[in-house]
Design a protein around this ligand. Structure first.
Ligand SMILES: Nc1nc2c(ncn2[C@@H]2O[C@H](COP(=O)(O)OP(=O)(O)OP(=O)(O)O)[C@@H](O)[C@H]2O)c(=O)[nH]1
Ligand SMILES: [Mg+2]
Length: 391
């Protein structure tokens, strides 16, 4: 929460912990804690109180009245960060949609208390009538945004299809926010992507062409970071962006090795991948930031994650090993096949010429017999293209 708060531009003055079984109180916190926080707000001159959980509209109102400062809950905090970091048109629309969807039910929930307090909380007028108007306005805007996003997503789908057709394997870098995904993709592609010691620096997927030192070319996709309990509305809005990860031949799960919660964070990554339907894509684990780890910790990690590649993207340690792991994977997917085609199909075969290695060619009268090695993907595509031209 502290890191999220700082990323959203707050200075954290104090942290207060209350242990409860469920944060379901009408006022979220007990009266004693509220009094203590009130004193802290006065002493530190704090301008806002940030809560670890999402609050019900009634809890928010009660706290706001009791403490006299702005209350920001977890979802609002993350929405704020996303809103500050959104750069593309799609990203901006996605954030606005999530914000509105979060606000709409709050507006409904506030109806009752607002009509009693004559609209004291930043809403213009008293009573239900105005609220009803606001609600309708919000709903209209939500529908508009959804329509715009649908159009943008069509474009993106086209780009993605082109990429799939290009035959160059796609590697997605996914992981917890701040794990170093953008740093890795930048280092591999010698391109500068936005790298910041902030959460959710990347909100759009970016794809870069990378030539591995082994000679293999891949498309490396940098993606939006994950976080535990990503607010539902954001998950919905960013679904299509997150789903980019699913359209990969290989996923590299990036984890910050210097974080003592490596295991938990990896679990969040797996859960999110499952949620977006990417859990069946083959993956490898890259433990990043090893320059910040003690040797004993690295030994422990090696034991706990046997297949993982240990790297430091910033110090460029061991990146060749990561490239080799990617390359090895791509090679394992290669198949050797023999086909017989007639002259009419030769142009179709030639379109694939750059993406496979011909081992042997034999001319049998009207037909050509070819033995080649290619990725499973290329092989399947070639076979279906040949079927189309009737060979
Ligand atoms: N010490 C150390 N720092 C690193 C390493 N790799 C990345 N960092 C730092 O970690 C921070 C986050 O890196 P990013 O590449 O922006 O992380 P990300 O996973 O793209 O994060 P989001 O886009 O916010 O999800 C930056 O301050 C990087 O400089 C590393 O190997 N060692
Ligand atoms: Mg990033």
């Amino acid at each position: 929460m502290e890191q999220l708060s700082r990323t959203a531009g707050f200075l954290v003055a104090e942290t207060v912990v209350q242990r409860v079984d469920s944060p379901g109180f009408a006022s979220y916190l007990g009266t004693g804690k509220i009094q203590r926080i009130k004193n802290l707000v006065i002493d530190t001159g704090a301008s806002a109180v940030i809560t670890r959980h999402n609050l019900k509209p009634s809890q928010m109102l009660t706290l706001e009245r009791a403490l006299g400062v702005e209350i920001v809950d977890r979802t609002q905090l993350i929405l704020q960060i996303f809103s500050d970091h959104a750069k593309t048109r799609e990203g901006k629309l996605e954030v606005e949609l999530a914000q509105l969807k979060y606000e709409l039910p709050k507006l409904t929930g506030m109806g009752h208390s607002l009509s009693q307090t004559a609209g004291g909380i930043g809403t213009r007028g008293p009573g239900e009538q105005l609220l009803e108007k606001d609600r309708r306005k919000l709903s209209r805007r939500i529908r508009f945004l959804e329509k715009q996003l649908k159009l943008l997503r069509k474009d993106r789908e086209l780009t993605r299809k082109k990429r799939m057709l290009s035959d160059i394997p796609v590697v997605s870098f996914v992981g917890y926010t701040n794990a170093g995904k953008s740093t890795i993709v930048s280092a591999l592609s010698s391109c500068e992507l936005i790298v910041e010691d902030k959460l959710f620096s990347t909100l759009d997927t970016r794809t870069k062409r990378v030539k591995l030192h082994t000679g293999q070319t891949v498309l490396a996709t940098d993606t939006v970071g994950f976080i535990k309990d990503l607010p539902h509305y954001l998950m919905q809005s960013f679904r299509s962006t997150l789903e980019e990860a699913a359209f990969a031949d290989l996923i590299v799960k990036v984890v910050d090795a210097s974080d003592s919660f490596v295991r938990n964070k990896l679990r969040t990554v797996d859960e999110t991948l499952k949620e977006i339907g990417a859990n069946s894509v083959p993956s490898i684990v890259a433990l990043n930031k090893i320059d910040r780890c003690a040797n004993s910790w690295l030994e422990e990690l090696e034991r706990a994650f046997p297949g993982a590649v240990l790297i430091s993207a910033q110090k460029l340690y061991n990146l060749e090993e990561l490239e080799k792991a990617i390359d090895d994977f791509m090679r394992k997917e290669f198949v050797e096949e023999t086909i017989e085609i007639n002259q009419d199909s030769v142009p179709t075969f030639m379109r694939f010429r750059n993406h496979l290695t011909v081992i042997k060619e034999e001319y049998l009268g009207e037909k050509v017999k070819i033995r080649y090695s290619a990725s499973e993907k290329t092989h399947k595509k070639l076979v279906s293209s040949l079927k189309e031209v009737g060979s």
